[in-house]
Design a binder for this molecule. Structure first.
Ligand SMILES: Nc1ncnc2c1ncn2[C@@H]1O[C@H](COP(=O)(O)OP(=O)(O)OP(=O)(O)O)[C@@H](O)[C@H]1O
Ligand SMILES: [Mg+2]
Length: 409
């Protein structure tokens, strides 16, 4: 099974590109489903077919689903939510608040990930295309398997304590409701399923994340950060879709300035995201709605290619811990023996290699860290930042201040 996730800032064209990819995939004979995880669903508007929280058939080889949060809470999460709210109420929380608190953040979003797991286990589809909500929400969704593990570990701990106390106080009045076997089973089951989903989503042969951008400054900045984060979570950012490019050759004074600005932004995109594979589509004279329009978008983006192929299995950026240091590794196959300079300024790491300059927005975890050094390991440039331990000790001495820019060779 292949999973393709389209993500990007609000309004850049994620839904249109996801729908266009899905139509092409189905017409090539792949059993395809396109899933929207955005609560403000527009997939059905884009495809001009009715969709819902249940899987609907769109055309031959193509199904669609708009994940419905309410429906998911009523079905998938029933048992867990019921126990949690009883438990919280027993701790003195009033009923309504307890009910609210029992919906932990991301519970709805996680439902979408469970669909991916179910499709994989039941071999229902060859291709799953995910149309996501704008970047911030999606990053939350995609980081969820990690965060949820943490949450479940704590929940388990708490439940075990409840059981322990219950044993000691047996025969006396116990006000805390005891978790049922079904609840414990559900919880263990969820943990297991999360692990499964995470393995699927971080397998580069299965899951690819495609970033959708427009040639506009604010879009580029947000996408750059998302790119770094996605790499950090272990996702493979496989390619980039540049949508809504104003075609050259429009002889109109009104567009002259805009085209000049666009050229600069396209150059910026190139310098930031190279060597990612890119797909391009121009700004169409009309809104992209319905089958025909989406098919012509697919032609612009993919030509005659099969867009479900894996274009790359390697993310050009990785963040990990090694020997007590946090390593930020960037694929730079062309460094050779030229002099390389690194600077950090606020949350941006700049690499200068001859005339080549690359700015990378660092994840928050690295923004207050000192660079310990950098070296090349094959095609990877590994920048070592002080790790958690060193950072904590130094942080106490150094306080909050830090130099605005630093340089390392
Ligand atoms: N290349 C294009 N040319 C012209 N119009 C486009 C193009 N791509 C998308 N659109 C139109 O732009 C609007 C927004 O597109 P779309 O809904 O696909 O973006 P989105 O990123 O999914 O937005 P949201 O963040 O709200 O989910 C739609 O009206 C769509 O038809
Ligand atoms: Mg959308």
């Amino acid at each position: 099974m292949r999973v393709i996730i389209y993500t990007g800032k609000g309004g850049v064209g994620k839904t249109s590109v996801a729908a266009a990819t899905a139509l092409r995939s189905a017409s090539l004979g792949h059993r395809t489903i396109v899933v929207s995880t955005d609560s403000a669903h527009s997939l059905s508007d884009s495809l001009e077919v009715p969709l819902s929280g249940k899987i609907e058939r769109i055309r031959k080889n193509l199904d669609g689903l708009e994940v419905d949060i309410q429906l998911e809470l009523e079905t998938r999460w029933k048992e867990i939510q019921a126990y949690l709210s009883d438990f919280l109420a027993s701790q003195g929380m009033d009923g309504v608040t307890a009910k609210e608190m029992a919906v932990f953040p991301g519970m709805e979003l996680m439902s979408a990930l469970f669909y991916v797991e179910e499709f994989h286990k039941s071999d229902s589809y060859d291709v799953v295309i995910i149309d996501t909500a704008p970047t911030a929400d999606t990053l939350r969704l995609l980081s969820f398997p990690d965060i949820a593990s943490w949450y479940f570990d704590h929940l388990f701990h708490m439940v075990r304590n409840v059981l322990k106390i219950a044993r000691v106080t047996i025969g006396k009045m116990v006000s805390t409701p005891l978790p049922s076997d079904k609840f414990l089973e559900d919880l263990e089951n969820l943990r297991e399923r999360l692990r499964y989903v995470r393995d699927l989503l971080t397998d580069p042969e299965i899951t690819s994340v495609r970033l959708v951008v427009n040639p506009e400054k604010m879009v580029i900045t947000e996408t750059q950060r998302a790119y770094t984060y996605l790499c950090m979570y272990g996702y493979t950012v496989e390619s980039l879709v540049i949508n809504r490019i104003i075609p050259e050759g429009l002889s109109d004074v009104y567009f002259d300035g805009k085209l000049k600005e666009q050229k600069e932004h396209l150059d910026t995109i190139e310098s930031i995201f190279a060597p990612l594979k890119t797909f391009k589509a121009s700004l169409m004279p009309r809104e992209v709605l319905g089958g025909k329009s989406l098919e012509s978008l697919a032609i612009q983006l993919f030509g005659d290619d099969d867009p479900t192929q894996v274009y790359s299995v390697e993310s050009p950026m990785r963040v990990y811990e090694e020997d007590g240091a946090s390593v930020f590794a960037i694929k730079m196959p062309f460094v050779m023996d030229q002099k390389l300079e690194l600077y950090t300024r606020k949350d941006v790491l700049t690499l200068q290699l001859g005339a080549f300059k690359k700015s990378i927005v660092l994840p928050y975890a690295l923004t207050n860290k000192e660079i310990l050094g950098a070296d090349l390991d094959g095609p990877w440039l590994k920048v070592r930042f002080e790790g958690e331990e060193i950072g904590r000790k130094k942080g106490r001495k150094r306080g909050r201040g830090r130099k605005a820019s630093r340089k390392a060779h």
